[in-house]
Design a protein around this ligand. Structure first.
Ligand code: BG6
Length: 485
């Protein structure tokens, strides 16, 4: 018999605290690294560079109280409107909502011994609301939002001490919400650390000499692996029926041609993702990293017990975001580049691209799911997928977003094929089910939602929520457990 989506398949959406909550100084929240990120000007969006500020630039941004320039300070006011938004998610039929806990609400500076009770209370209420509305919370412990103090004073994840601060945070929230939260994710897109030292690891430009940066990024990654293993250990001990997973940018790297060196280049690029899942799903550094480390003079500083800890605390599932694929080629190859928020590569002549130039590749999702399942035989969870696009509100208030429906439909169809192929897939949460602040550009006009939010790039608007055409379409998809796609 043809396999189908399992009965308890998790259908829903995914957001991150720093992109929706706003209320950045409310109830004792401390500054997070995302609170100092300025909106990218439209003319700079094509040549996107993720922020990598110096300590001085951070201090300047903290002193700049023109908050409208820093959209993650105000988000879409989910902190105060979460009930209204959850009611809409319920109407969509969600059985899961992926959210993150803002670390700086719980430990405002990150290095305190005691948590901030007001911050904990917010998530008590949020998770209770989800449960009353029939949704499983899927909770990311770290979604690009570490307390800024840890970055400024400790050098972010390059500092071993941050492992303990994170373990205290993870232990606090896992224990506090043990009855309400059964699905946990450690680090959002952990492989992004190689592209984005500040947002992914809290490292400031003047804290590391340029020649040492790569080594620092791998050292920070090691600390995140150890921190992640500690969170896995706590979760398994505290919540016997809980599940905890790792999360990567789900990237598939095609060779530019069948030239053997293009194929080799694609394999090497693919390992920029697989290295991270290898460590967290198999419990040790893969053999291929030894050569890369040796050739780059990188020596990972490990503490006694680190290797055993990684081996003993494997993740239960692998979760991924998936937006696009890239093309890899041998170094001397010239060609038009194709953008993305983290990974870039050559332009693929067989694919169309989004308004932001990201190459749309539904079949790549099926290939990637198969590749990951073949390699690990562990449950997979797509925790982000979606189309960032410009939407037009018609005179009558309708928003006809057929392009979004088409994108999602094609991806769900391929995901279904992967299930038929034999992949164990436990859920699908669409990125940004409600319009939110973009991660890479902090703009509002790059919309992913089924639900429109009346807010402009400059922060003006009523914040009123309304349903797009895709809202009614996804509702039907969920109601049929993916059969009407
Ligand atoms: C992922 C992130 O990289 O992509 C999300 O986990 C992000 O936080 C999403 O929002 C889409 O990227 P962007 O830059 O379009 O918001």
């Amino acid at each position: 018999m043809m396999r189908k989506f399992p009965k308890n398949f998790l259908w829903g959406g995914a957001v991150a605290a720093n992109q929706v909550e706003g209320a950045f100084e409310v109830d004792g929240k401390g500054w997070a690294i995302t609170d100092i990120v300025k909106r990218v000007a439209p003319e700079e969006r094509k040549q996107l560079k993720l922020p990598f500020p110096t300590s001085r630039e951070v201090a300047t941004a903290v002193a700049d109280r023109n908050d409208k320039l820093y959209p993650k300070r105000y988000g879409i006011d989910f902190y105060h409107r979460y009930k209204e938004d959850i009611a809409l998610f319920k109407e969509l039929g969600f059985t899961a909502l992926r959210v993150s806990i803002a670390w700086s609400r719980i430990f405002p500076r990150g290095d305190e011994l005691e948590p901030n009770e007001a911050g904990l209370l917010f998530y008590d209420k949020l998770f209770a609301e989800l449960s009353q509305n029939g949704m499983q919370p899927v909770v990311t412990l770290s979604h690009y939002e570490m307390p800024l103090h840890l970055s400024q004073v400790y050098g972010g994840w390059t500092n071993r001490k941050v492992v303990d601060f994170f373990a205290r945070f993870a232990g606090t929230v896992i224990r506090r919400y043990q009855d309400k939260v059964k699905y946990w994710i450690t680090f959002n897109e952990i492989n992004s650390i190689l592209m984005s030292p500040f947002i992914s690891a809290g490292v400031l430009r003047d804290q590391v000499a340029e020649k040492d940066l790569l080594a620092a990024q791998f050292q920070a990654a090691h600390h995140q692996f150890v921190a992640s293993a500690k969170a896995v250990e706590i979760c398994h001990r505290v919540i016997p029926d809980g599940k905890i997973g790792c999360m990567v940018v789900g990237m598939i790297n095609y060779p530019n041609s069948c030239h053997p060196e293009d194929v080799l280049a694609a394999l090497q690029d693919q390992r920029k993702t697989l290295f991270f899942t290898d460590v967290q799903a198999r419990g040790h550094y893969p053999a291929y990293m030894a050569r890369l480390f040796a050739e780059n003079g990188i020596v990972i500083e490990k503490e006694p017990g680190d290797d055993a800890l990684l081996q003993a605390n494997l993740v239960d599932f692998i979760s991924l975001s998936y937006y696009m694929s890239t093309v890899s080629a041998r170094p001397e190859t010239a060609g038009e580049q194709s953008p993305g928020n983290l990974f870039t590569g050559l332009k693929n002549p067989y694919l169309n691209a989004s308004d932001w130039g990201w190459q749309i590749d539904p079949t790549g999702l099926r290939t990637l799911l198969n590749m990951l399942y073949d390699r690990y035989e562990k449950a997979l969870f797509i925790v982000e997928n979606g189309l960032g696009a410009f939407d037009t509100v018609e005179k009558d208030g309708n928003i006809h977003d057929n392009y979004r429906i088409e994108y999602l439909k094609q991806h769900i169809q391929q995901m279904k094929q992967a299930v038929i192929d034999g992949v164990e897939l436990i859920g699908y949460t669409v990125w940004g089910p409600i319009d939110l602040i973009s991660f890479s550009t902090s703009e509002m006009s790059k919309r992913y939602g089924f639900i429109y939010v009346d807010q402009d790039d400059d922060g003006s608007g009523t914040l009123q929520r309304s349903r797009k055409d895709s809202f009614y379409w996804y509702q039907k998809v969920i109601a049929s457990n993916g059969e009407t796609v």
